[in-house]
Design a protein around this ligand. Structure first.
Ligand SMILES: [Zn+2]
Length: 62
C-alpha cells in the first residue's frame, strides 16, 4: 500500500494515481495537509501536473 512521502500515512493507490506525480508519489495527504491544497496539486511536485490541476493552462480568463 502506498504511503505519503511527507508524513508516512498510508494512502490508497487511487489517491496516488489522481493526486501524485507521474510516478504516483504523493507529498501530501489528508492526514498532513488539507484537501483544498491537495486538489490544487499540492500532493505532487510535478509542475505540469500542478498546473493542470490548478488550471493555469486555461487562458480564457485573461
Ligand atoms: Zn501525509
Amino acid at each position: 500500500m502506498p504511503a505519503c512521502e511527507d508524513c508516512g500515512a498510508h494512502v490508497s493507490e487511487r489517491f496516488t494515481a489522481v493526486f501524485g506525480d507521474d510516478a504516483h508519489v504523493v507529498y501530501a495527504c489528508p492526514a498532513c495537509s488539507d484537501m483544498a491544497h491537495i486538489v490544487r496539486g499540492g500532493a505532487a511536485t510535478d509542475a505540469a501536473f500542478a498546473a493542470r490541476v490548478r488550471g493555469d493552462e486555461d487562458d480564457s480568463k485573461k
